[in-house]
Design a protein around this ligand. Structure first.
Ligand code: GLA
Length: 510
């Protein structure tokens, strides 16, 4: 057996192909050739603002898209499925239905556009460059990531934001002429460094694909990596970001620690209140992401400061592997905060670092395969999905292999994350050996993750009573997209650090 595996690996290496299939099993069924529309069924936007949305849809192209009851201020390109135009000026709900057809069939999906004050009615999804490029990021690499979001198929599952992290601005005093130089123009406007020669062109490039663009700064004088940030330029910087065309802003505390006068809630909230208020008045739908690592229970006041999502923990990439890989630490801490999440207000336990990514705690060097087993990567994605966490992949877009794509792009896993109710899973049971998370869904079913935290395979158990359900349970395997049948109790054998991710229907117990 060992010899056979060894020979297969050698043959595969000689042929230059990945050897994923042996030790990295692919669970997500391949999408069919007929269309299937994915993505959120509810979407918030502010009246009169610019709107851009690409209908996520799998199936053989060319596809032909239609949208019934689309407000007249919006236009759909039937060939690309990209909707552009203005959000209707009138507050209210618009019940749109998307339709896609090709020679193999057709599909529909409801899309409720809710025009009002609340953005991010479901957790935002996309890519952020930090864990791949750090201080190597360039405008061209961002364009390449946008290309790959389309060509890899990720956008067909709802990934939408293409977000720049730190290191796009000038780094004061840096001898590298690409990075150093004047930090602001004569009018005080923030300047990108030479690796970002055309910010407007960059967002236009991203928007032309029906995607949205994100940017990063912080309330202190410098970013975490020592680049120019927005202290005392908050208003001008935010306006410039909107003028450039950005749709998402991450606001990272870092050097604000030199400015804050004490550890009071008021002092810690101040810079976020300030920027949150500015962002809200920009005349553009900009999702505001607070990044201050969970200080002063940010989940209690992040929404009040104008945020749609807030980091609840330190950097997942810096969390050390003990018995378990670092993401469990962020996940378990975040899981306790379920009561604070809801539509337009999400707990953010940091990015998905799966597939290939930069080395942890290392600033430079090419991406390498992350040190997570297949089971651990399925657990990571399952946990983030159940916790209604923003789904931002931060690994290498240009090294996406079949395994990584199968983890990122399972329509049923994403449906759990994007469910209209917007509830974050609660902890049903937790011990050293196991963690069970339960997320109620719009159709009355419950998504359950049974995570085996121990070093050996484990028989796990889930009874209807624990889910407040009676009668036989209908159980569906979410990863395999397969019915497991009707049963009184679900008792899977779960691999070490693995997960059984199921959706359960039963009679509600009153
Ligand atoms: C902090 C943040 C990270 C990343 C870096 C950039 O560590 O938490 O997500 O933005 O700064 O320097």
């Amino acid at each position: 057996m060992r010899l056979r595996l060894f020979l297969t690996v050698c043959a595969a290496l000689a042929a230059g192909v990945t050897v994923a299939a042996q030790d990295m099993p692919i669970l997500t069924p391949k999408p069919g050739s007929a269309p299937k529309i994915n993505g959120p069924k509810i979407y918030g936007a502010r009246p009169g603002h610019d709107f851009i949305y690409r209908i996520p849809c799998t199936g053989e192209r060319p596809l032909k898209f239609r949208a019934s009851k689309l407000p007249p201020s919006l236009k759909l390109d039937p060939a690309t499925g990209i909707i552009t135009g203005k959000v209707p000026p009138k507050i209210g709900s618009y019940e749109v239905t998307f339709r896609a057809a090709n020679k193999a069939g057709s599909a529909t999906r409801p899309f409720k556009l809710v025009v009002g004050d609340t953005l991010a009615l479901t957790p935002p999804m996309g890519w952020n460059d930090w864990y791949t490029y750090r201080n190597q990021i360039t405008g061209n690499l961002m364009r390449e990531a946008a290309d790959l979001m389309i060509s890899s198929g990720m956008a067909d599952y709802g990934y939408q934001y293409v977000n720049i992290d730190d290191c796009w601005m000038v780094k004061p005093g840096d001898p590298n002429p690409e990075l150093g130089g004047e930090t602001r123009d004569a009018g005080g406007g923030i300047l990108p460094n030479k690796r970002f020669p055309d910010m407007k062109g960059l967002t236009a490039y991203i928007h032309a694909k029906g995607l949205r663009a994100g940017i990063y700064t912080g309330p202190g004088p410098l970013t975490c990596a020592g680049y120019t940030a927005s202290y005392q330029h908050e208003d001008a910087d935010a306006r410039r970001f909107a003028e450039w065309g950005f749709d998402f802003l991450k606001y990272d505390w870092c050097s604000y620690r030199q400015i804050v006068r004490n550890d009071s809630l008021e002092e810690r909230k101040k810079p976020y209140d300030l920027m949150g208020g500015i962002v809200k008045r920009l005349g553009r739908d900009v999702v505001f992401n607070l990044c201050q690592y969970g200080m002063s229970d940010v989940w209690r006041w992040g929404a009040d400061a104008g945020g749609q999502c807030w980091r609840t923990t330190g950097d997942v990439g810096n969390m050390r592997r003990n018995q378990l890989p670092g993401f469990y630490e962020a996940g378990v801490a975040n899981a306790k905060l379920a009561d604070y999440a809801g539509p337009g207000r999400w707990n953010d336990p940091d990015y998905l670092i799966i597939g290939y990514a930069g080395r942890p705690r290392q600033r430079e060097g090419p991406p390498t395969k992350v040190e997570l087993s297949a089971d651990e990567q399925y657990s990571y994605m399952s946990m983030w999905s159940l916790m209604a966490a923003p789904l931002f992949f931060s690994g290498a877009m240009n090294m996406l292999d079949d395994f990584t794509l199968n983890v990122l792009c399972n329509a049923e896993v994403i449906d759990v994350n994007q469910d209209v109710l917007g509830k974050q899973a609660k902890i049903l049971r937790q011990s050293d050996g196991e963690l069970l998370l339960v997320k109620p869904l719009e159709d009355g079913s419950k998504a359950v993750g049974l995570f085996n935290l121990s070093a050996a395979p484990r028989k796990m158990k889930l009874a209807g009573a624990e889910l407040e359900m009676t009668g036989p349970l209908r159980v569906r395997d979410v990863w395999r997209q397969r019915e497991l049948g009707m049963m009184k109790e679900y008792s899977p054998q779960v691999a070490s650090h693995g997960v059984a991710f199921v959706r359960v229907w039963g009679k509600a117990k009153h």
